[in-house]
Structures are given as C-alpha cells and as structure tokens.
Design a protein around this ligand. Structure first.
Ligand code: SF4
Length: 175
C-alpha cells in the first residue's frame, strides 16, 4: 500500500529508507542497476523499477526527498530523472501550512520559498520570537527583523492569525 501523504521529514532524515522496497527488489532481481537505467533508453528496467515503486510504502517520501536534494540519478519515487525534472518547479512552489507549523515547533524542515514567506507572514502578525525565526530560517536576527518590517509594511489584510498556518501552529502548540 502506498503512502497517502509523506510524513513531515526533518532535513537529512533517511530513516524511511529502511522501508524502501527497492533494497529487497534489487537483491531479488540480482540487478544492482535496476533503478539506474542507462543513458540509452532502458525501458524494461524503468518499467520494472516503476512497478516496484508503485507498491512501495515510502514512495511519496522518497519522491519528496529526491526532489528536495535534487537527486538526479535513477528512478526515485516512481519517476525517472526526466519526469522529476518536469515536476520540480511545482514542488518548489508548494506551501504546506503543516510543514511551516512543524518548523515553528522546532523541526528542521526544508521549507520552500513560499513556505518561508508564509512563516514570515504568520510571524509578522504574532509575537513569534526573533531568535526562533532566525533559527528556523537559518538567517541572522537582523535579517529576520528586516523581513518582518517589510511584511508589516506590505498590504497586510489581517488574516495571518486565522491563516491555515496559524491554525496549524496553534494545533502543534496544543499537541
Ligand atoms: S519509491 Fe521506489 S526508489 Fe523510492 S524507496 Fe520505494 S522502491 Fe525505492
């Protein structure tokens, strides 16, 4: 059974690989290159690898990790290198309030640019501490202050407190 949605993964966390279906499949097939088709079209390997990925329980996490670290080699998460290139842009535009809330709660989450902007929007409308923001965004406190000033100067509609990130952050804090 495939994952419905990848668990929020901390940067560098590779524990999901313990459940990777490919590790066993490569051994069974006795083909170390099963997930690394050659540069020449290698349709049979790709078909087999994709079939294994389709029933892998960590498929979504695997794909997310490959896109996050720009892993350009082989079949990952059911997609070939070319297919991953095609979806990478939309991946970098995602904005998941649960991931932002997890970062605010102290998880080392690899936030996208829109998620970082959402975090600043939320923080500008709340009393989130500057050192915490600096730590989450991995920037200086001076830079955080500058971003907050800019956000507050912008046309804020006052919705940050009820934004999905705000709700997710409150739920995380209450958990
Ligand atoms: S999705 Fe495919 S490449 Fe990723 S861990 Fe599972 S079997 Fe391996």
């Amino acid at each position: 059974m495939s994952e419905e949605r990848p668990a929020i993964r901390a940067r560098g966390d590779q524990t999901w690989q313990e459940r990777a279906a490919c590790a066993v499949a490569i051994e069974v097939a006795r083909d170390p290159d099963l997930f690394f088709p050659g540069t020449v079209a290698d349709d049979e390997r790709i078909r087999l690898a994709k079939g294994i990925c389709s029933s892998c329980t960590v498929r979504a996490t695997c794909l997310e990790a490959a896109l996050e670290c720009r892993d350009a080699v082989g079949v990952r998460g059911g997609l070939t290198e070319a297919e991953r290139r095609a979806v990478r842009h939309s991946f970098t535009l995602r904005c998941d309030p649960d991931r932002v809330a997890a970062a605010l709660a102290g998880r080392d989450v690899h936030l996208t640019t829109p998620e970082r902007q959402e975090l600043i929007r939320w923080a500008a409308a709340s009393n989130t501490s500057i050192p915490l923001l600096a730590s989450v965004l991995k920037i200086s406190e001076a830079h955080v202050k500058k971003l907050l000033r800019r956000e507050r100067r912008s046309d804020v509609d006052g919705s940050a407190g009820t934004s999905s990130t705000g709700q997710a952050a409150r739920q995380t804090a209450a958990a």
